[in-house]
Ligand binder design. Structure first.
Ligand code: ZN
Length: 153
């Protein structure tokens, strides 16, 4: 990363971790609790699916490091209102972004592309993926808790 990108990355992460978007609980919908014991991050994600399976609304609460909070905040912004197939594609694209050397990350990821830097740090990948693991679980339609400790990443 060049310096300019690095600065932008810092700004976005700090901004979202300090002022997380879509922070809160949805009374209806699937609730998934996720934790990342290696860092101490916790998240509770609520996802409300629409009649066609689309992501009608989602919110999260939780605590943890700046990366886990910023990733969750950015994720909720990106997934809100998305058809299910698009949300699934985004989940896969984000996973690829933080685990493999993607030359051209899809533009659809927007600011999430700034997270590519965590790829060099396996512990941070878990932080960045925590919210997405919770979302993946919500797609299964059940509220089983998720933990990064059993993930194959
Ligand atoms: Zn963390």
């Amino acid at each position: 990363m060049n310096t300019e990108l690095e600065e932008l990355y810092q700004q976005v992460i700090l901004d979202h971790s300090r002022r997380p978007r879509n922070f809160g609980n949805l009374p209806e919908g699937v609730q998934v609790r996720g934790d990342n014991p290696s860092c101490g991050d916790e998240i509770e994600l609520s996802v409300k699916f629409g009649p066609a399976g689309e992501v009608e609304d989602l919110k999260f609460t939780g605590q943890g490091c700046a990366i886990s909070q910023a990733s969750a905040s950015l994720m909720t912004m990106k997934l809100k209102g998305k058809p299910r197939t698009e949300a699934e594609a985004m989940l896969n694209a984000f996973h690829d972004l933080v685990t493999t050397d993607v030359a051209e990350p899809p533009k659809s990821l927007g600011d999430l592309r700034l997270m590519a830097g965590v790829r060099k740090f396996p512990q941070r990948v878990k932080c960045a993926m925590l919210a997405w693991r919770a979302f993946e679980q919500s797609l299964q339609g059940n509220g089983k808790p998720v933990t990064t400790e059993t993930d194959e990443m």
